[in-house]
Design a protein around this ligand. Structure first.
Ligand SMILES: Cc1cc2nc3c(=O)[nH]c(=O)nc-3n(C[C@H](O)[C@H](O)[C@H](O)COP(=O)(O)O)c2cc1C
Length: 311
């Protein structure tokens, strides 16, 4: 497949500007190396807070791929004050920061020679991140899985808005699973896409088959927003538990994460909350990362050719 040449692929040293989302416990070496080896960019999470384990995972990552990869710092969830030193010590070259003030780690990371992208859910946050000196943005719409700004803006509005106001390269997140959505992102000004829910459901994702199956079975209405009026809000798979939480805003959904690993790895779908994007409604089968990336790129080029014939 023909590589894409743009600011994102150049900056990251990859063939295809398809980034695998950081996801607590899930975005580790097995999944991330499959993405990097397929020409995209794998990202290792730190939001689990298990830094000792992450250090091992980065080591394993280097034995599984010689391709570039990155690390995410989800600032609200990483409590270790030495996180920046930790990342620099691991020889990482690319970091996405999320869920916090973009200025907090940007300068230190950049001084150490790393490229820094910040994840933003609003135009205001995007402008603040650019002001802080980031190299690029991950612009994440409200349809995406995971933690959200309660006053969420969907990708279709947010992405072209941000792209029209900033000059840094943008990776689009929230709703991306294939070539046609990738081309749409490019037409709105992005130069890369990030896939979260699609990667949860991939063959190399370490999560239990019950969650993958629930994503495959989900229709377009099968996610809920929890903590709608507090922060962080979050988008998750619709289950009996999350439906109950959706209707009861006296309970902070954040208290429901203590048994998350039972859900993720033992498949007990009611034991916690499965962070999942609306795009679950478009996912129909479990596929390997290589297949997902190849199909995405083929569809991207096919759609582009089709559009060129319009005039
Ligand atoms: C299970 C899960 C865990 C996530 N954890 C993180 C995280 O630790 N850090 C982060 O920046 N984003 C996290 N996100 C958000 C993703 O990075 C990504 O932007 C989002 O999933 C994109 O939307 P999509 O699900 O429609 O692909 C998570 C998303 C999911 C589905």
């Amino acid at each position: 497949m023909k590589p894409i040449k743009n600011r994102i692929t150049k900056l990251l040293g990859i063939d295809f500007p398809i980034i695998q989302a950081p996801m607590g416990w899930i975005a580790r070496s097995k999944l991330a190396s499959a993405v990097s080896n397929s020409g995209g960019l794998g990202i290792i999470e730190t939001s689990s807070g298990e830094l000792k384990k992450i250090k091992e995972e980065i080591k394993i990552m280097r034995s599984l791929t010689d391709k570039p990869f990155g690390v995410n710092i989800a600032q609200a969830f990483v409590k270790d004050p030495d996180i920046v030193k930790f990342i620099i010590d691991q020889g990482i070259k690319f970091v996405t920061t999320s869920a916090g003030d973009p200025a907090r780690y940007c300068e230190e990371l950049k001084l150490a020679g790393l490229k820094v992208f910040h994840v933003v859910p609003t135009l205001k946050a995007a402008l603040k991140a650019v002001e802080a000196g980031v190299d690029g943005l991950v612009v994440e719409g409200f349809e995406g899985g995971g933690f959200k700004n309660p006053k969420g803006v969907s990708t279709m509005v947010l992405l072209p808005l941000v792209c029209s106001k900033v000059n840094v390269p943008v990776i689009a997140a929230g709703g991306f699973i294939d070539g046609r959505t990738m081309l749409a992102a490019f037409s709105m000004g992005a130069e890369g896409i990030q896939m979260g829910t699609r990667m949860v459901s991939s063959k190399e994702s370490p999560v239990h088959k019950n969650w993958k199956e629930a994503i495959i079975q989900a229709d377009d209405q099968d996610t809920v927003i929890l903590n709608r009026f507090s922060s962080p809000a979050l988008r998750a798979l619709r289950t009996d538990k999350t439906e109950r939480l959706e209707k009861d805003d006296t309970i902070n959904a954040m208290t429901e994460f203590k048994d998350i690993q039972d859900l993720y790895f033992k498949g007990k779908m009611e034991s916690s909350i499965a962070l999942t994007g609306q795009v679950a409604g478009r996912i129909e089968e479990e596929e390997s990362v290589q297949t997902i990336i190849n199909k995405t790129m083929k569809e991207f080029y096919d759609c582009l050719e089709k559009l060129k014939k319009l005039s």
